[in-house]
Each structure stands twice: as structure tokens, then as C-alpha cells.
Write a new protein. Structure first.
Length: 629
């Protein structure tokens, strides 16, 4: 049963096309992931569906008997209310009664349970919303949306700012959710776990794929390969036609020249195909070190740190020990609020630890990516921001470099404060790339990057010869990048060699009082990229029944047999044409000899033979041309 449908939706901003002839159908119970580059129109589409924006063309249908829950990227909570007050306002009195009828307990109990599940302790219930961090506000907005238990969930980047434990809770919740889900996300692991269809928005148009993210990538590659093969076949046919025209014109007979001219006119009206492209323009990231460090990069022993706030002093962590060597790629994980960013700032010298010992090795040059982008001057233009740090470069060189990070034309004159999150992320990465640092520290670097940018970024990290320390909740990155995962807890750091699947499996097996992963029940079945590709390939193969595969093989065999037969006939026909042309030329040469002119009977015989040969040649030409069609 259809609950949402779109027919030829178009949306323009000024002269820019955002969405072009977008059509799709969403059935009750569908779980759809919406993917695409930053600025592709994903959020615009969701806003059209909920009525915040009107399409410039086309029609939208949404089943009005269904309730809709909408999570936006940016919440609209007033700063005056508390966490509990905002949750209570999320439900109308009628919705509160419906909540009780559905669950058998009061909605206030439901609020407490929802807040606790999304990592809000009771200490937060009376806390003003204005004092919450960006990640906490995201979690509060998510809690308020899920509390309504709507029939249709429209979620715009719901995984932003969630730690791994909370992500696992959300995945489990959505797996048990019986309604319809449309979710915009750049979290590849999350999409693999939750969705069964993918809507890709690319070049203003929407393409639908069945399957999760991994299957979508496989099918998209398959579609590209097929389009490229079709393009190459078209170009080969055009080339063949052009060669035929040239050959027919060169034969000199009136009949072939007319045939060549006719075919030349038809070919002139054929639209030349456009070569398909697999990817849009992507970032060009290349981290390099200007100076090699020594083997010892960072050593920390017995470090502790506390935080002083309105509620007094709270210990973040203690007994922290780290021993990082040149070439290590370390990913630092732990629940939100445990002090991961604080630890990075201590390493960088921006904060002083309460106690402990720390030293950086010889020739170690740190470079830092700040997730909040506070290292950027919001009053500068993009060009000024880069030039203020790298004054040895001239303006044209800087503009060329910015172009490689997708800042084109007048983009370089935008104020940094006016940039979107993804644009600020790109600018910060560019500044770090140009620094030449040999010890890169990243704080949630993929939060604002789209999927293709994440993949380019990950390849750059793998190619970097220096040392890396990354704070991240991106489980795809956690699987691909680290040589070891460090889990930060109140009592110190636990070290796990390898990627996320090994880490999560060991945390389940070993268990720990400080392991938030075990408490939140993180899955142990993460599939690395090679296994995912193999699984996706097998999934596609299974979509064809045994009978269909046999039929396809028979049809392909028949096609190959027919192609070989036609190729053989074509060679035989061309050989016959060449044989008759040679015979006709020899007869014409014979007729031109003086002794033949003197012998009328001989001349008549040769003329008759020449006429018959040319008649056979015309027939041979006809057969040859028919086979060329």
C-alpha cells in the first residue's frame, strides 16, 4: 500500500536546478536510505514531503491518515526550556493518551525511558536546553521524534554526534519499528543495517535501487559498467558506419555512391552518445609530511583529567597510558563526555592535565583537525583564511589548490561563517593537508563529509606515511583505517589491535566494567569491505533463479553463434567482391589491348564476359551491404 508518492517533482533555487523530474513510490513498511553528495537536494526533498517547501513543478501524495515524525538536521528548541519540559511538549494531550493506550504506562515513564536510552542521565532532565552541546541537542530532538511513535519517520542525518553505543541502540530500535522510514545518512554501516532500498540523488535526478548500501554500490557499479559497454558499442557502430561510407564512396560505382550519401545523411542526424561517468568531481586529498619524525612519536603515562562545571568537579579519566610509534594509525573511541577531545587538546598543549607524564618524540610535528571548526576565522573569506596561514603562496596558486577541494569561482569569496558544515570540513582538511605535519590528530573528521568524500579521505589516510590519531564513531572508518583501536574509559585506555570488527568482538568476549559497548550490546557481526563486496555479489546472483540463469546462458550462446556466422558470411562476401573486382579490372584491361580491337569476335566475347562479371559484382555488392546493416 502506497503511503508516499512523487510525480515529476522539480525544484529550482534561482537559476539552479535542485531536483528535476523526481518520481518515486514509497509503500507502507519501506525502509529507504537517501544518499547523495552534500547539496544534492536530499534535505530539500524531505522538506517538500513534509510541506515545508512547495515543489515548483510536479505532485506529492502523502497518506493523511498516517502520522509523520520529522527529525531535522538542526533542532528548533528554545533555549529557555529544560530537557524534560521539551520532551513533555513533544506530545499533545491526545497523543499522551494514545501513548498510554499503546504501551500501558504513562508517557512520563516513556519519556524517562527514551531519554535514558539516548544517553541522558537523570542529571540532565532539569538541565536547560540552551546549555546542551550540539550532539546533546541532536539526541534530544531524536528522543522527541521517536517518542511520538509515528507511522512514518523522516530522519535527516540522525546518526550525527551519536557515540557507538547510542548508534547501536538506535539501530536496534529502528529494526523493531513497524512503520515506514526514509532516512538521509552518510553513515554507511548504519545504512547497511537499517534500509532495504536506496534513493540516490545525483545531478538533480533520483535513481532507486533495491537493497542496502553495499548492494546499492554493487548495483551502481554494475549499471555503470553496462552503460559504459553500451556507449562503447554505440561509438564502435558509428566508427564502422563512417568506414563503410568511406569505402563505398571509394568503390566508384554510382549505386554505391548513392548508398553512401544516403547513409551519411542518416548518420549526421544520429545523436552522439555521452560517455558515462561513475563519480562526480571529487576531492583531491594527499597528506604528506615535510619532515620525518623519529620512531617514538607520543608517550603518555599515568595521565588523569577532571572537569569542573556547575555540578562541581567530575573525573573524566585517570591512569591513561599511550605509546604511539611512527606509522601507527590509532583510532580513539569511547562514550560521549569521557574526554576524548580533551585528551587530544592535552596532547596538543592546549590544555594541562591534572597529573601524569607526556612527551612528543624527536621531530614530531602535530597537525589538528577540530570537529567544531573553531580554528577557522569566521570573518575571513575562504581565500583569506587560506592565505592568512600560507602567505608564501600567490593568490592564483591558492585558488588552484582550493579548486582541488571543490571551491570554484566565487566560492573562494564566501565568508567562512556562511559556509555549510561540509564546506567548513573541506577547508579545515585542506589547511591540515598543506601543513605538512607528520603527526595528524583528527576529532570526528567525517561528521560533515558526504560518502564519496569520506572514501577519498580514507584512501588519503591509508597512503599517509606519518602517524595518525583519530577520534571517530564512524564504524566504516574504524574498520578500514586503524592499526589499533584505543578505548578510553574512566580508568584508562584498553588497546585492541586491528579494526572495528575485532574490537567489538573482543569487547563482547572479554567484557569490562568500563566498556560502554558491552552495556549497549554492540553487534559483533561487522563485515569488512571485502566481505561486504562478496556478500553483495552473492546477493545479486541469488536474484536470478536457476531457470533464468540457464535461459540467459542459452541466449548468450545463441547470440555468439549468430555473431560468428554473420562474421564468416561477411568475410566470404567481401572476398567475393574483391575477386569479382579483380576479374572486372582484368577484362577491362584486356579489352584495351590493340590486338583485341582488331578481333571483333574476341572483343564481343570479352565485352559479354565483362557485362556478366559486373552484374555478378553488383549482386555481390548488394549482399555485402546487406550483411553490413
Amino acid at each position: 500500500m502506497s503511503v508516499i508518492s512523487a510525480s515529476n517533482i522539480c525544484k529550482y533555487y534561482g537559476i539552479d536546478d535542485i531536483l528535476t523530474e523526481v518520481s518515486f513510490n514509497v509503500n507502507e513498511g519501506d525502509r529507504i536510505g537517501i544518499v547523495g553528495a552534500n547539496g544534492a537536494g536530499k534535505s530539500t526533498l524531505i522538506k517538500i514531503l513534509v510541506g515545508e517547501l512547495e515543489p515548483d513543478e510536479g505532485q506529492i501524495y502523502l497518506d493523511r491518515s498516517k502520522t509523520v515524525g520529522y527529525l531535522q538536521q538542526r533542532d528548533h528548541f528554545p533555549d529557555g526550556g529544560t530537557v524534560m519540559e521539551e520532551m513533555k511538549q513533544a506530545l499533545t494531550p491526545a497523543e499522551q493518551q494514545a501513548f498510554f493506550d499503546r504501551n500501558g504506562y504513562s508517557f512520563e515513564s516513556g519519556i524517562r525511558g527514551m531519554l535514558t536510552s539516548l544517553a541522558f542521565s537523570e542529571d540532565y532532565f532539569d538541565k536547560p536546553v540552551g546549555l546542551l552541546s550540539g550532539g546533546e541537542r541532536t539526541r534530544l530532538a531524536l528522543a522527541a521524534t521517536l517518542l511520538k511513535h509515528p507511522n512514518i519517520l523522516l530522519l535527516d542525518e540522525p546518526t550525527n554526534h551519536l557515540d557507538i553505543g547510542t548508534l547501536k541502540w538506535l539501530e536496534d530500535y529502528l529494526k523493531g519499528y513497524r512503520g515506514t522510514i526514509l532516512v538521509i545518512s552518510h553513515d554507511r554501516y548504519f545504512l547497511d543495517k537499517i534500509v532495504t532500498r536506496i534513493f540516490e540523488i545525483e545531478n538533480t535526478r533520483l535513481t532507486a535501487y533495491d537493497g542496502n548500501y553495499t548492494v546499492y554500490k554493487e548495483k551502481k557499479q554494475q549499471r555503470y559498467d553496462e552503460d559504459l559497454k553500451h556507449y562503447e558499442q554505440q561509438m564502435e557502430e558509428i566508427k564502422r558506419q563512417e568506414e563503410l561510407i568511406a569505402r563505398w564512396k571509394g568503390r566508384g560505382t554510382e549505386k554505391l555512391v548513392r548508398r553512401a550519401q544516403s547513409r551519411e545523411k542518416r548518420l549526421a542526424h544520429v545523436e552522439r552518445p555521452v560517455k558515462p561517468t561513475m563519480l562526480r568531481e571529487s576531492l583531491k586529498i594527499n597528506f604528506s609530511e615535510k619532515l620525518q619524525s623519529g620512531n617514538d612519536v607520543l608517550y603518555i603515562e599515568d595521565m588523569s583529567m577532571s572537569f569542573t562545571g556547575d555540578g562541581g568537579t567530575r573525573r573524566l579519566f585517570e591512569n591513561v597510558k599511550m605509546d604511539i610509534k611512527k606509522g601507527d594509525r590509532i583510532c580513539l573511541v569511547g562514550p560521549n563526555g569521557i574526554g576524548k577531545t580533551t585528551l587530544l587538546k592535552i596532547i596538543l598543549g592546549q590544555l594541562q592535565a591534572d597529573s601524569g607524564y607526556m612527551t612528543l618524540g624527536q621531530n614530531v610535528v602535530p597537525g589538528y583537525y577540530d570537529q567544531e571548526q573553531k580554528l577557522l576565522n569566521t570573518e575571513n573569506t575562504v581565500l583569506e583564511e587560506l592565505h592568512s596561514t600560507y602567505r608564501k603562496y600567490n593568490v592564483q596558486d591558492l585558488r588552484n589548490i582550493l579548486g582541488s577541494f571543490l571551491f570554484h569561482g566565487d566560492d573562494v569569496f564566501k565568508k567562512v561563517g556562511d559556509l555549510a558544515g561540509g564546506e567548513k570540513a573541506r577547508l579545515s582538511l585542506l589547511k591540515l593537508m598543506m601543513s605538512g605535519a607528520n603527526f595528524l590528530l583528527f576529532d570526528e573528521p567525517t561528521n560533515h563529509l558526504d560518502i564519496s568524500a569520506k572514501e577519498v579521505f580514507e584512501e588519503a589516510l591509508l597512503a599517509f606515511p606519518g602517524t595518525i590519531l583519530i577520534v571517530s564513531h564512524d564504524r566504516y572508518l574504524l574498520q578500514r583505517i586503524p592499526t589499533a583501536i584505543y578505548e578510553l574509559g574512566p580508568e584508562g585506555i584498553s588497546v585492541f589491535l586491528g579494526g572495528y570488527d575485532y574490537y567489538s568482538e573482543k569487547r563482547e568476549t572479554v567484557g569490562s566494567g568500563r566498556s560502554y559497548l558491552k552495556n549497549m550490546g554492540v553487534a559483533t557481526s561487522y563485515i569488512n569491505s571485502e566481505k561486504q563486496a562478496a556478500a553483495a555479489s552473492e546477493e545479486i546472483k541469488r536474484q536470478l533463479s536457476k531457470e533464468e540463469r540457464i535461459r540467459a546462458m542459452q541466449e548468450e550462446k545463441q547470440r555468439q553463434t549468430e555473431a560468428r556466422r554473420k562474421e564468416r558470411q561477411l568475410k566470404e562476401a567481401e572476398a567475393k567482391v574483391q575477386e569479382l573486382e579483380a576479374q572486372a579490372a582484368a577484362l577491362e584491361e584486356e579489352l584495351c589491348r590493340p590486338e583485341v580491337f582488331a578481333d571483333a569476335a574476341k572483343a564481343k566475347e570479352l565485352a559479354e564476359r565483362l557485362g556478366k562479371t559486373k552484374e555478378e559484382l553488383d549482386n555481390a555488392y548488394e549482399k555485402w551491404m546487406e550483411l553490413q546493416e
